[in-house]
Ligand binder design. Structure first.
Ligand code: CA
Length: 518
């Protein structure tokens, strides 16, 4: 049995009145890089996100929230179960289906009297369980006029996906039983590939020229086969749809007309220029930033609408509100888009929490926390016991500014899906404040890397073979062995964990499949 701080008693002691369980608003986006949130203050200053920032200003901005397995479905399964992929049965996006009979935190909250709802991207194959209301996108979903599944029935909703998910969420909140606490998971598709903006945001950046990351033309020297051998570069992997040389699916003729009025003159100029090599990469990077950041604008508006609703209804004071993404994302760093890696832009997800009366406004936290801890945190916040089988730990003490003395100082990461899509080799490793020790496993090219983030913050040079780091390697190997045992990681990984083709099977890079699965 885990020790949890019983919020109920603490609150009762504090105010001597009957304690109230907090509402939980979990706003979750897909592939939202912390580099594209102004609260995180990235050097390129890509975009202002005033509404997402409001959550951090009123509470805690976590700077090292790491995910257990950096892709969409696995991250969602980890959050629901509080377990790593090898135990929750959802290791990849290719051939996994979530077993909804498992214990999940929404189920436990529902059982304890919470009203529960999930709206938006689900991406776990099976139907949601543990929710009084659910309306989800099938699979990845589309940006315009998306088909949705509402409590098992197909519906088609006109409009832009981020607005729809917000509308449906607020509508459910309005109609809920106001005598009970609630949990709502508002889960956006945006800013996932293919980054299709709302029509109102097409011209929002006024053709701004974005600063390039210093590693846009990374040659991957100083690192091994995996970094050289991936299929996720702006140079080689970007499609015409990614570049908006062809429009996204599902638009009405009226929407398409507005879309083309924006893109066609710019695309005509691009075609006439016949760009090659680095010039082509530079043009694509600018187009990528325009589109990706425009989709984030709508997400930020959605957060603003939710915060305003909570204020207007007098709910904000008793609501724990979270903004997070399913993982990090590359915005041109190392020449990449996508995620999957143990490296910082990918493994680190944005995580902002506001809980009035508990979190101190404007706090910045650098403890190693994880999406593995989210469910445990919500249960503990509600005063509910955390099942021993969950592998994370409640963040409630940290939210109060009271980090437990035995908080984790090393974090375990493991990625499986290979070879499609994106050809990122399976790897696992241990992350500490300063170091990352990584083993690329599962293929015949089995090897290790070590990164010293203090000396090499952009993770450009493996120092694994440097004799000066031998004691560090030995220490981290010990830590890795300890974590793998504690977390019950099997030595032999079943072939299906790697996806449809098995780790060495096929080996063909299928771009069509990559588009569907990533
Ligand atoms: Ca994702």
């Amino acid at each position: 049995m885990k020790l949890i701080l019983p919020f109920v008693f603490a609150a009762a002691a504090a105010c001597a009145a009957a304690p109230r369980q907090p509402n939980i608003v979990f706003i979750f986006s897909d592939d939202h890089a912390y580099q594209a949130i102004s609260a995180y203050g990235e050097e390129r200053k890509l975009l202002a996100t005033p509404n997402i920032d409001r959550i951090g200003q009123g509470g805690v901005r976590f700077d090292r929230c790491l995910v257990t397995n950096s892709i969409c479905g696995p991250a969602r399964a980890t959050i629901l179960t509080g377990k790593y992929s090898h135990l929750n049965g959802f290791p990849n996006n290719s051939n996994s289906t979530f077993d909804g009979a498992q214990t999940t935190f929404p189920k436990l909250m529902q059982k304890a009297g919470y009203q529960t709802a999930i709206v938006g991207k689900w991406h776990l194959g099976s139907d949601p369980t543990g929710f009084d209301f659910w309306q989800i996108l099938p699979g990845q979903g589309i940006y315009y006029n998306p088909p949705m599944i509402k409590m098992g029935t197909q519906v088609k909703v006109p409009g832009y996906v981020t607005d729809i998910i917000t509308d449906v969420s607020l509508d459910w909140l309005q109609k809920r039983d106001k005598s009970k606490p609630f949990l709502i998971m508002m889960q956006h598709k945006a800013p996932h590939r293919e980054w299709a903006p709302a029509l109102r945001h097409l011209d929002a950046d006024k053709d701004r020229v974005y600063a390039e990351p210093s590693t846009l033309f990374d040659d991957y020297s100083g690192r091994g086969l995996a970094e050289h051998d991936q299929d996720m570069t702006i140079e080689k992997t970007f499609t015409d749809r990614d570049a908006k040389l062809s429009p996204p699916p599902g638009m009405t003729p009226e929407q398409l007309k507005i879309w083309e009025a924006y893109y066609e003159p710019r695309n005509a100029k691009f075609r006439a220029a016949n760009l090659k090599g680095k010039d082509l990469v530079r043009w694509r990077y600018q187009r990528y930033m325009h589109d990706y950041l425009a989709t984030v604008r709508a997400v930020d508006e959605s957060v603003g609408r939710m915060l305003d609703y909570l204020d207007k209804e007098g709910l904000a004071e008793n609501t724990l509100i979270v903004y997070a993404s399913d993982q990090g994302f590359y915005l041109g760093e190392h020449g990449w888009f996508d995620k999957r890696w143990i490296f910082e832009e990918s493994v680190r997800t944005p995580f902002l929490v506001r809980w009035p009366g508990v979190t101190k406004p404007g706090t910045v936290n650098t403890d190693l926390v994880s999406n593995l801890d989210f469910g445990e945190t919500f249960l503990a916040a509600a005063g509910l016991p955390v099942p021993a089988e969950m592998q994370g730990r409640s963040l409630v003490p940290i939210l109060r500014g009271q980090r437990p003395a035995d908080w984790r100082t090393a974090f375990y990461y493991q990625y499986f899906e290979y070879p499609t899509p994106h050809h990122v080799r399976p790897h696992y490793g241990v992350v500490t404040d300063r170091y990352k020790l990584v083993r690329f496993y599962g293929t015949k090219e089995d090897y290790w890397e070590l990164f010293d983030r203090q000396k090499d913050p952009k993770e450009l040079r493996s120092v694994y073979a440097d004799p000066a780091y031998a004691p560090t390697v030995a220490e981290l190997e010990k830590e890795l062995t300890r974590l793998r045992k504690e977390l019950k990681v099997p030595d032999e990984i079943p072939a299906r964990f790697f996806g449809n083709q098995g780790v060495e099977g096929g080996g063909q890079r299928k771009k069509k499949q990559a588009k569907q699965n990533d």
